[in-house]
Design a binder for this molecule. Structure first.
Ligand code: ZN
Length: 333
């Protein structure tokens, strides 16, 4: 990594560091189709405009098919360009968790149509991010009543800036907004299952919930969990690494050894895999915190390679080690 190439302020450095992986994190599809940077901050290209990134992500999503994995007789994992989705089928109609990109809607609709003949009735958002809610309006048009945490509706109703990506988002259209919100916990009885939904204190954002299908023993973790690679933490939306660790602990307390756990991004997982992720986060946070509290700048902390022990396993995904270190640093007070 060549730190000399960064002449700007620390904030500029952080922005570039985060942007180096930014397309890949929030806008996974964009990363695969032109915003993927090969390694770390040193190869960061000049930031694209917000609209170019969004256009690129939507374009990629339009071309990405949905892969469907059966979890139980009534639950299915849908994986495409956006965040992981879960569909529940049954006599009450279909329930969907997260809506991916707007341009993925034809693929999602096709995938849902193959599951059974009942109409789509409910959509639950795990948090406000674009790659989980951009398809809301299309799913609402298809018949879905939308439920989310109160903060998800609030953030979707107003312009948002994700500084790590130089990303500015206009308010979502009215048809995309959650129609029912909650603040703490909510329970849904649907298709002979009990869905426990609960707010997680600021972690990936300040809008995160989990959704637990009690009878099926399937847990959607939202973006509290990136399975197999360093997670994005959105400081602009109130995200904090210590919240991520506490959130992972909440999920671990719910799950047993048989629970199928769906991460926001990455492959289907289980309690053992979530535990490894939680321990990685805690170790990295402790390493970065120790260096930051001793007065080191973000450049100095990155140079000290506080993630080194974890990079062979966790550093090959969306976020390169240097960028993840910068993000963790930025969320520590
Ligand atoms: Zn997210």
């Amino acid at each position: 990594m060549n730190l000399d190439s960064f002449q700007g302020s620390r904030r500029n450095f952080l922005s570039k560091a985060s942007y180096a992986v930014g397309g890949a994190v929030l806008l996974g599809a964009a990363a695969k189709k032109g915003f993927a940077f090969q390694s770390g901050v040193a190869k960061a290209a000049a930031p694209a405009t917000s609209s170019a990134m969004l256009d690129q992500a939507r374009l990629a999503a339009a071309k990405t098919p949905i892969q469907t994995t059966k979890l139980t007789d009534t639950l299915f994992l849908l994986q495409g360009a956006g965040g992981n989705q879960v569909a529940q089928i049954g006599p009450d109609g279909k329930l969907l968790i997260d809506s991916s990109f707007s341009t993925a809607a034809p693929h999602v609709t096709e995938a849902l149509g193959k599951l059974d003949s009942h109409p789509l009735k409910l959509l639950v958002n795990t948090h406000w991010h674009f790659d989980h809610t951009d398809g809301n309006a299309a799913m609402h048009d298809a018949g879905a009543f939308i439920i989310a945490h109160k903060n998800t509706r609030t953030r979707m109703s107003m312009p948002q800036d994700i500084l790590a990506y130089h990303l500015h988002l206009e308010p979502s259209p009215a048809g995309a907004l959650p129609q029912q919100t909650f603040e703490g916990n909510e329970t849904l009885y649907f298709n002979h299952d009990e869905l426990s939904m609960a707010y997680i204190d600021p972690a990936h954002t300040d809008t995160d919930i989990y959704v637990f299908f009690k009878n099926a023993n399937v847990l959607h973790a939202g973006d509290i969990w990136f399975n197999g690679f360093y997670p994005f933490i959105d400081a602009s939306s109130g995200g904090r690494v210590h919240g991520m660790i506490a959130g992972a602990d909440r999920l671990l307390a719910i799950a047993d050894d048989q629970t199928k756990i769906v991460p926001g991004h990455g492959p289907l997982g289980d309690k053992a895999a979530l535990h490894k992720y939680r321990d990685m986060l805690a170790s990295v946070a402790a390493n970065v915190e120790k260096l930051k509290s001793s007065g080191q700048t973000v450049e100095e902390v990155i140079a000290a390679k506080p993630t080194a022990a974890f990079d062979p396993v966790w550093g090959k995904g969306f976020l390169q080690p240097d960028a993840f270190t910068a993000i963790v640093y930025s969320t520590l007070s």
